[in-house]
Write a protein that binds this ligand. Structure first.
Ligand code: C8R
Length: 260
């Protein structure tokens, strides 16, 4: 039986994505059967553990502990030299990995794949999910979604080995922000014993005239954070991708936004 919506707290953000359970289960099975076949995970258990992390809880009081069991169940190894991190370049970074075919973002791991573009939250007064509304990040910074992304990002960064690539947005005033998940979580969790070099790519909108964002003061801050952690740093403006042969076939057109 559903609790009447009026009893649920009214937050300013959109509510839980409808059919969340089916979406998460479907994505989990798609991931283990088709995206990364051979990865052995119990999707039903993963869903139950996911649900347990936030159901019947105030979405503004979710802690890392709540998600710990899920993170342990769903995390899996990734290959060296393939990690792509990004900040404020969500769409381009994912278009790039899709066409380039070798680098992986967090969305190419089970934790990122399951949660991409969905919203979820519970409420202390109900065992149902709140489909009406969920907190926006400015209502509480540690809501059920942001804690999830921060933890998944931390695990992804900790697991990285070899060269790590980072795609930043040179068309905004501060390409590097230490308040972003990249700047506050990932950069601090790369392991200098496994990661010798971080390669920054600062990308610009096509219609803009070219500019050197590598000399931007925020990128200099980033350089000193990385070098301070004993990891080598390099920076390139508008990295031109090398496409795997066969990827520019008539049936897979390169989207216009990634032809730079
Ligand atoms: N990462 C973080 N957030 C992610 C995400 C992801 O992979 N995938 C999605 N959809 N999101 P931003 P950032 C959502 O400000 O803060 C990892 C979350 O709702 O442009 O530096 C990834 O590995 C989240 O609040 O970038 C990447 O390297 C916003 O998008 C960084 O962290 C964050 O988008 C990106 O996080």
């Amino acid at each position: 039986r559903r609790d009447p919506p009026a009893e649920l707290p009214q937050w300013k953000g959109g509510g839980t994505t409808h059919n969340l359970k089916e979406i998460i289960l479907g994505r989990c099975f798609t991931y283990i059967r088709m995206v990364n076949p051979g990865l052995r995970k119990d999707c039903l258990k993963i869903w139950e553990t996911f649900e347990n992390a936030f159901i019947s809880k105030n979405p503004c009081n979710i802690t890392e502990q709540d998600y710990q069991p899920l993170m342990e169940l769903a995390a899996h190894p990734i290959l060296c030299n393939k990690t792509l991190l990004w900040s404020k370049t969500n769409e381009l970074a994912h278009q790039y990995t899709k066409v380039q075919g070798s680098l992986l973002t967090l969305e190419d791991t089970l934790l990122g794949y399951m949660a991409d573009k969905v919203t979820w939250c519970g409420s202390p007064s109900s065992t149902e999910m709140n489909y009406q509304s969920c907190p926006r990040w400015n209502e509480c910074t540690n809501n059920s979604n942001t804690i999830y992304w921060k933890m998944a990002s931390k695990i992804f960064a900790e697991a990285a080995c070899g060269v790590v690539y980072v795609m930043l947005n040179g068309s905004i005033s501060q390409p590097f922000r230490n308040s972003s998940i990249f700047g506050s979580v990932e950069i601090h969790h790369l392991n200098p014993e496994k990661v010798p070099l971080v390669k920054i790519w600062v990308m610009h909108n096509i219609e803009e005239q070219s500019s050197d964002s590598c000399s931007d003061s925020s990128i200099k801050d980033l350089k000193s954070i990385i070098e301070g952690r004993n990891i080598a740093f390099s920076c390139e403006n508008d990295h031109r991708m090398l496409l795997k042969s066969g990827n520019i076939a008539p049936k897979s057109p390169v989207r216009k936004s990634i032809i730079l």
